[in-house]
Design a protein. Structure first.
Lengths: 114, 117
């Protein structure tokens, strides 16, 4: 069955540190890939998405992610985090044989120390 | 409406009672999802509706769980004979579902926090 794995459960960084959150998926066919963010007390919102084309996608608030098909990965990066980036981050995958079904990873909690 | 709306926002129920959770998707969105988020865990897929197609119920954890959707509008998730392990936040999302299925952004509601005591 299709699955999504996020390697880090909780990441703690200081402001200005660089961030990379791992995401791997198990499906080998065509996929759409997403990163969602959930700020404290708020609902989930889309950070960025990949459908096709340039495997390096840029999202809001300086985030980017790179799709590496050979590694089944879609890691999220940000060169310099801010305290306001403290949130939970979810990777999600939709595979072309799953209709519109969107499968999420278990999430990574990011805490940024001021 | 402007976004996905879920009601109630909080629900406390006694073990063994039935509960019904409601989701109003964004108008015009053909796809609707239900997820469960237990404390400290990720989003667990429950069920997916796409237009008039048969729903994908593969994530429903037991036959105590069921969901319906009226056309392309409101959806209700029903949990019968609730158990303590059903305590979680239940999230609903909708997407336009146009063009390539699953290729559009899913918009989430604020969720219903269910507590079974």
């Amino acid at each position: 069955a299709q699955s999504v794995s996020q390697h880090n459960h909780h990441v703690i960084l200081s402001e200005a540190a660089s961030l990379e959150l791992g995401c791997n998926y198990s499906y080998g066919g065509t996929v759409n890939l997403f990163w969602y963010v959930q700020y404290p007390g708020q609902h989930l919102q889309l950070l960025l998405k990949y459908f096709s084309g340039d495997p390096l996608v840029k999202g809001i608030k300086g985030f980017e992610a790179e799709f590496i098909k050979s590694k089944f990965s879609f890691n999220l990066r940000k060169p310099s985090v801010q305290w306001s980036d403290t949130a939970e981050y979810f990777c999600a995958v939709n595979a072309d044989n799953q209709g519109g079904k969107l499968i999420f990873g278990q999430g990574t909690e990011l805490s940024v120390k001021p | 409406g402007a976004g996905v709306s879920q009601s109630p926002s909080n629900k406390v129920t006694e073990k063994g009672k039935d509960v019904e959770l409601r989701c109003d998707p964004i108008s015009g969105h053909t796809a609707l999802y239900w997820y469960r988020q237990r404390l400290g865990q990720g989003l667990e897929f429950l069920i997916y509706f796409q237009g008039n197609s048969a729903p994908d119920k593969s994530g429903l954890p037991s036959d105590r769980f069921s969901a319906e959707r009226t056309g392309e509008s409101v959806s209700t998730l029903t949990i019968q004979r609730t158990q303590q392990e059903d305590s979680a936040v239940y999230l609903c999302a909708s997407s336009a579902g146009q063009g390539r299925v699953g290729s559009t952004e899913a918009f989430f509601g604020q969720g219903t926090r269910l507590t079974v005591v």
